[in-house]
Every structure is written in structure tokens, then in C-alpha cells.
Design a binder for this molecule. Structure first.
Ligand SMILES: *[C@@H]1O[C@H](CO)[C@@H](O)[C@H](O)[C@H]1NC(C)=O
Ligand SMILES: *[C@@H]1O[C@H](CO)[C@@H](O)[C@H](O)[C@H]1NC(C)=O
Ligand SMILES: *[C@@H]1O[C@H](CO)[C@@H](O)[C@H](O)[C@H]1NC(C)=O
Ligand SMILES: *[C@@H]1O[C@H](CO)[C@@H](O)[C@H](O)[C@H]1NC(C)=O
Length: 355
């Protein structure tokens, strides 16, 4: 009696020590319905200046740039590697953003077997709030060209830094998350394991990226397939953060007030070509030879045979007893911009009627 009472008191006094946050699955993207709740960007890369056209859902489907592999039941998201691109044209690829957004108190777990890589290729699996940089950005997976390691990064409004992280990575590239500092490098941590990116990720049959978006801090774990914790194996519909061990990268709320700098996040998969990060000649030359656009994007596309995501599932979890899903709507079969255009035209029609 006495001992259970003191346990209760301790729980109240030291919640951060004793709390082992549990999460329950609230949404899953997988199998034949994987692509149902995403918006396809539907125009050229006017966001990061890549030599890429992010196709509409219809084009992605008809040209098999976004499809569910009937053999594995995994989602494939890829760069066009079969079309000849002539000088001055861009190459087709994909950018999708989840219709729903996921608020503080969420975890997203992406199970992948292959990530895009190759000279001129710049892939990311990441998230952001609608009015960037307001509401923040969380990059769970990103790198470019023939780099060997995953890079995990936050981008925010000024005032957020990485301070006193509890993380396994020893490679901290930058600690100021502000978009207007250090050419928007963000606060970035590299995963020093070769299995975290590129050909060696694929050889190890990929693995699982876990992103915890908690008021107490943001954390990313990467588990290569051979070391996925048992509590995440199979179709785990709930798990405890305590079972995951120390994260690969961690941004505690002490340096960055998560509730202030971050709002509900839309998940994004994209692959662009060259552009602001992969294309500058000095960056490109670090791991590739030749000229990013002229020697890779232009031509028969054979440079892009490895430029694809192979995703078994993306699962969203909320803190037990809550639901952090903020419902949005996916445009039907077309791009988000076509949807906005239709809304504008309808709005115009209503204006005429009103006159
Ligand atoms: C981060 O630092 C490591 C080690 O110095 C370096 O190899 C890597 O290229 C850096 N990442 C970025 C994005 O600059
Ligand atoms: C996992 O469980 C969810 C919810 O119970 C279900 O919708 C989904 O189909 C399952 N996925 C697999 C791969 O078994
Ligand atoms: C595609 O282009 C590459 C590089 O220019 C060349 O090595 C390769 O033979 C070409 N493949 C085909 C099928 O034309
Ligand atoms: C394009 O890449 C896929 C793998 O993503 C490969 O299976 C296919 O053979 C490639 N196509 C050509 C024409 O090389």
C-alpha cells in the first residue's frame, strides 16, 4: 500500500524520468491504398530550382513514376529513367505531400527498402507546416549525389537551436535552426552509419525511420532492417518510446520550444534533380564528376536507375488517448494547383452571379 502510494507520488514529481510515452497507430499508408491521401505537386520544381517536373497524379500513374509494385505491395516513387531529355528541358519526377497534417504528439514511422541516390539526385522524406518557415520543417531523411550518409535537419523561424541533445550521432553539422542563418543550412545532424543512405542502405534492405514530434523535443531514430526493435516489428499498432533506446538525432525543447516553432506537419516525399542543394558545382564536385544538368538530367535517363523510393509503409501514431491527425483533403486525380485553379474559377463564377 505504502509502496504503491510513493510510486504515484514519484510519477507526479518526476514525470520526465518515469514517463515512457506510449503511442497508438491512427493512420497507415500502405499497399494498394498508399497513394490515396497525398497531393501531387503537378508542376516544375519552382521550390528548390531543380531541373525537374513534379508530375500530376495522372501522369505519375500512367508513366509509372508513382505506383504500387504488385509483387512486393510496396509503394515506388521514382525519377523517369526511360525518357530522353533534350537540352533546356527538365526531367519528370514526383513530389507528394500528405493531405492530412500531424500535430505535436505524433510519431511517423517510414519503413523503406530503397532510397533514391545517384549523381544529380536530391531526395528527401520530410515534413512542414503550410506557411514555411512558420510552423517549421522536420527533415527525417535527406542527402544528394553520391553522399554516403543520411542528414537529419530542422528548419524554423529564428530562435530555435539544437542544445544538449541526447543522441547517438556524434556528427553535428550546425546548431542554429533559423532559416535565415547559414544560407538556410538548418540545425543538422549526420548519421555516421553507411547503412543510412545510398547503395549500402539498399544492400542492408533499408530499414525504419522513426520521427517523434513531441512537445519535449523532436527526435529521429534510424534502425537498419537487421536491428529493428522487436516492439516495432510486425504490424505494431502501439509501442512505447522507452523501447527504442537513444535517438540518432535529438532536438530537446530546452533549445527549441517545439510548441512555439512547430505546427501540424504535412509529410512529403520528393526527388528533385540538381537544384539549390545538389547542383552548385562545388557541392556536385564533392562526390560526382562532370556537370549536373548537362551530363545527367539531359540524355537517356540511365543515370536514374537507382533514383527511387521503395516504401513498405508509413504509419502515423498519436500519444495514447489522443488523436493528432488534422484532416485535409487530397485533390481527386489531379494536382493541388489544378484544384486551386478550379476553386478560383468557381469563385469567379460565383462573383459573376452575385453581380
Ligand atoms: C556534415 O559533416 C560531415 C563531417 O564533417 C560531412 O562529411 C558532411 O558532408 C556534412 N554535411 C553537410 C550537409 O554539410
Ligand atoms: C496493419 O494494421 C492496420 C490497422 O489494424 C491495418 O489497416 C493494416 O492493413 C495492417 N497492415 C499490414 C501490412 O498488415
Ligand atoms: C545512355 O546514355 C549513357 C551515357 O551517355 C550511355 O553510356 C548509354 O550507352 C546509353 N544507353 C542507351 C541504351 O542508349
Ligand atoms: C529504370 O530503373 C528501374 C529501377 O528503378 C529498372 O528496373 C529499369 O530497368 C530501368 N529502366 C531502364 C530502361 O534502364
Amino acid at each position: 500500500m505504502l509502496s504503491s502510494l510513493s510510486f504515484v507520488l514519484l510519477s507526479v514529481v518526476f514525470p520526465s524520468v518515469l514517463a515512457a510515452t506510449t503511442y497508438d497507430m491512427v493512420k497507415e499508408y500502405s499497399g494498394s491504398t498508399f497513394f490515396d491521401d497525398w497531393n501531387f505537386y503537378g508542376k516544375f520544381d519552382d521550390l528548390t530550382h531543380g531541373d525537374a517536373i513534379f508530375v500530376t497524379k495522372n501522369v505519375a500513374r500512367s508513366s509509372k513514376l508513382a505506383y504500387v509494385d504488385p509483387t512486393t505491395n510496396h509503394a515506388i516513387i521514382k525519377v523517369d529513367n526511360t525518357s530522353k531529355v533534350v537540352f533546356n528541358d527538365k526531367r519528370n519526377t514526383v513530389r507528394i505531400a500528405s493531405a492530412d497534417a500531424f500535430d505535436v504528439g505524433s510519431v511517423w514511422i517510414a519503413d523503406m527498402y530503397h532510397v533514391p541516390f545517384g549523381c544529380s539526385v536530391w531526395p528527401a522524406f520530410w515534413s512542414q507546416a503550410p506557411n514555411w518557415p512558420k510552423g517549421g520543417e522536420i527533415d527525417t531523411f535527406e542527402h544528394w549525389n553520391m553522399e554516403l550518409h543520411n542528414q537529419m535537419t530542422l528548419h524554423t523561424e529564428p530562435g530555435c537551436t539544437q542544445a544538449s541533445p541526447l543522441q547517438t550521432s556524434t556528427v553535428v553539422n550546425s546548431t542554429n535552426c533559423a532559416f535565415n542563418a547559414n544560407s538556410n543550412a538548418g540545425c543538422s545532424v549526420m548519421d555516421p552509419r553507411d547503412s543510412s543512405y545510398g547503395a549500402k542502405f539498399a544492400t542492408a534492405q533499408g530499414g525504419v525511420f522513426v520521427t517523434e514530434f513531441a512537445a519535449s523535443g523532436i527526435s529521429v531514430w534510424f534502425f537498419p532492417r537487421s536491428s529493428i526493435p522487436s516492439s516495432l516489428q510486425g504490424n505494431a499498432s502501439s509501442f512505447s518510446i522507452a523501447d527504442l533506446g537513444t535517438p540518432t538525432a535529438n532536438w530537446p525543447a530546452a533549445g527549441c520550444a517545439v510548441d512555439t516553432f512547430f505546427k501540424a506537419q504535412h509529410l512529403i516525399f520528393d526527388i528533385t534533380l540538381c537544384g539549390d542543394a545538389a547542383g552548385p558545382p562545388a557541392v556536385f564536385a564533392q562526390t560526382c564528376s562532370g556537370v549536373c544538368y548537362a551530363n545527367y538530367v539531359v540524355g537517356n535517363g540511365s543515370a536514374y536507375n537507382d533514383a527511387y523510393f521503395d516504401v513498405a509503409s508509413v504509419r502515423i501514431y498519436s500519444v495514447t488517448g489522443t488523436n493528432t491527425v488534422r484532416l485535409g483533403s487530397a485533390a481527386l486525380g489531379t494536382s493541388a494547383s489544378a484544384w486551386a485553379w478550379a476553386a478560383a474559377v468557381l469563385g469567379g463564377a460565383f462573383t459573376l452571379l452575385a453581380l
